[in-house]
Design a protein around this ligand. Structure first.
Ligand SMILES: Nc1nc2c(ncn2[C@@H]2O[C@H](COP(=O)(O)OP(=O)(O)OP(=O)(O)O)[C@@H](O)[C@H]2O)c(=O)[nH]1
Length: 391
C-alpha cells in the first residue's frame, strides 16, 4: 500500500476518533478516561506529523527528538486512560508507577543523547518503550474482574499485536545495526509501520467499548437491583422467575418458589427506628444469598417481603433448606445494631407441579402458603401441599 496514503488515512481516522472521544467525554459527565484516550489519539497524530516532516525539513530536533517524544507519550496516555477507568492513579499502583518513571527517564535520556544523530535509534527507543507500556496495559486489563470479558480480550489482543510489532521493529533495527540485514531495511520497517497504523486505528475504535460495557452494567444494576439489599427488585425477580418456570417445564426439572416475610417488622421499625429496620433487611438479604445456591434466584419483592426460586435438584429436601434459613434468621436476628430485635420470619413454599399455568400462579400459591404460616403462629414454613415446621 502507498505509505503516504496510509499515513493520511490513519491521521484522519485518529482525528475523527479523537473528536468522538472528546464529545463522549463531555456527554458522559467528563469521565476522565475519554479525555486521556482522545489525547492519546491527538498525540499520535501530532507525533506522526512531526516525524513525516523529516522528509521536508532539515530540523532533527523537531522531526526526530520531539516527534518521538510525542509518539512515546501516546501509549502512556492510553495506559493512563485504562487506569482512570479503573479508578487507579494515572500512573497505576506504586510498582507500575516506579517502572514507568524509570523507563520514561531512560527513554528521555536515550532520545536526548542518541536520537538527534540517528532516526533509526529513535525508532528503536520508541518501539522498546511502547512495547513496555503495551505489556503493562495487557497486564492491567487482565486484572479487571468484571464481565463482559469481550472488550477486554479484544483490547488485550490488539495490545499484544502492537507490542509484538514494536519488538519486531526493535529486532529489525538491532539486526541491521549488527550487519545481519541488507542495508535497505526500509520496506520491512514500512510494512511494520503500516500494520502499526492500522492497529492504532483499531485500538482507538475499540477503547470506548470497554467504558460503555461498564456503563451498561451499571445501568442494568440500577434498573434490576433493589438499592437497599442489592437483590433483584420485584420486576427483575418476576422476569427471571418466568424464565426459570419455562425452563423447568421444558426440562421436566422441579423448581420451588419461596415467599419469605419478616414477622412483626412494623414493630421493629416503630420500636428501634427505620435505620435498624433497614439494617435488618440487609442482614436477611445477606443470609439468603449465603444460604441459598448461586444459581437460585433471590429478590426483594415488597417492603419486608423476599422471594426465591430454588432449582432443587440436590438431595437436600426443601424442608431442610427452609428450616436452616429460618434458624439462621433467628440466630443472626437476636441482636442487630445493638437492638434486641428478636427477628423471625415466615415462609410459604410451593414446588412446580403440573397444574400451575404460569410463574404468577406459583407465586400466588406460595403467598397462600405464607399466609397459612403467619396464621399458624409465624417463625415457620408451610408448603403446598405438605407442611414443615421450623424448630
Ligand atoms: N425500615 C424499612 N421498613 C420498611 C421498608 N419497606 C417497608 N417497610 C415497613 O415494613 C412494615 C411492614 O409491616 P406489615 O406489612 O404490617 O407487616 P409486619 O409488621 O411484618 O407483620 P406480619 O407480616 O404480619 O408479621 C411497614 O411498617 C413498612 O413501613 C424499608 O425499605 N425499610
Amino acid at each position: 500500500m502507498h505509505l503516504p496514503t496510509l499515513l493520511v488515512t490513519s491521521v484522519m481516522i485518529n482525528l475523527l476518533i479523537a473528536g468522538m472521544l472528546w464529545a463522549i467525554y463531555h456527554l458522559r459527565h467528563r469521565e476522565r478516561c475519554f479525555k486521556l484516550w482522545a489525547l492519546a489519539c491527538l498525540t499520535f497524530v501530532l507525533g506522526t506529523g512531526f516525524a513525516v516532516a523529516r522528509e521536508l525539513l532539515a530540523a532533527p530536533v523537531l522531526t526526530i527528538f520531539v516527534a518521538h517524544l510525542i509518539l512515546g507519550i501516546s501509549p502512556l496516555l492510553l495506559l493512563a486512560g485504562i487506569h482512570a477507568l479503573m479508578n487507579l492513579p494515572l500512573a497505576g499502583n506504586r510498582r507500575s508507577a516506579q517502572l514507568l518513571y524509570t523507563a520514561g527517564v531512560l527513554y528521555l535520556l536515550g532520545l536526548a543523547v542518541g536520537a538527534g544523530l540517528d532516526p533509526a535509534f529513535a525508532r528503536f527507543l520508541t518501539a522498546l518503550f511502547s512495547a513496555l507500556v503495551f505489556s503493562l496495559a495487557i497486564y492491567r486489563l487482565g486484572s479487571i474482574e468484571r464481565k463482559p470479558r469481550l472488550p477486554i480480550v479484544i483490547l488485550q489482543g490488539l495490545f499484544a499485536v502492537h507490542g509484538t510489532l514494536m519488538m519486531a521493529q526493535v529486532l529489525v533495527v538491532i539486526a541491521s545495526a549488527a550487519g545481519q540485514l541488507q542495508p535497505d531495511i526500509g520496506p520491512l520497517l514500512k510494512l511494520i509501520l503500516i500494520n502499526h497504523l492500522l492497529l492504532v486505528s483499531a485500538t482507538a475504535m475499540a477503547l470506548p467499548l470497554l467504558a460503555f460495557s461498564r456503563a451498561e452494567r451499571a445501568l442494568v444494576a440500577l434498573a434490576e437491583r433493589d438499592e437497599l439489599t442489592q437483590l433483584f427488585n420485584r420486576r427483575a425477580f418476576y422476569r427471571e422467575g418466568r424464565q426459570a418456570f419455562v425452563q423447568a417445564r421444558e426440562n421436566r426439572k422441579p423448581i420451588t418458589v419461596l415467599m419469605i416475610d419478616l414477622d412483626h417488622f412494623k414493630q421493629i421499625n416503630d420500636r428501634w427506628g427505620h435505620a435498624v429496620g433497614d439494617r435488618v433487611l440487609r442482614v436477611v438479604a445477606g443470609l439468603m444469598a449465603s444460604e441459598l445456591r448461586e444459581d437460585d434466584i433471590i429478590g426483594r419483592v415488597g417492603g419486608e417481603e423476599f422471594a426465591a426460586v430454588l432449582r432443587n435438584d440436590t438431595g437436600e429436601g426443601i424442608g431442610q433448606v427452609t428450616e436452616r434459613l429460618l434458624s439462621r434468621i433467628v440466630e443472626a436476628g437476636r441482636v442487630i445494631e445493638e437492638a434486641p430485635v428478636h427477628l423471625s420470619a415466615s415462609i410459604g413454599g410451593v414446588t412446580l407441579v403440573r397444574e400451575y399455568a404460569g410463574f404468577e400462579d406459583m407465586m400466588a400459591a406460595a403467598d397462600a402458603a405464607l399466609y397459612r404460616a403467619k396464621r399458624n403462629g409465624r417463625n415457620r414454613a408451610e408448603f403446598i401441599p405438605a407442611s414443615v415446621t421450623a424448630e
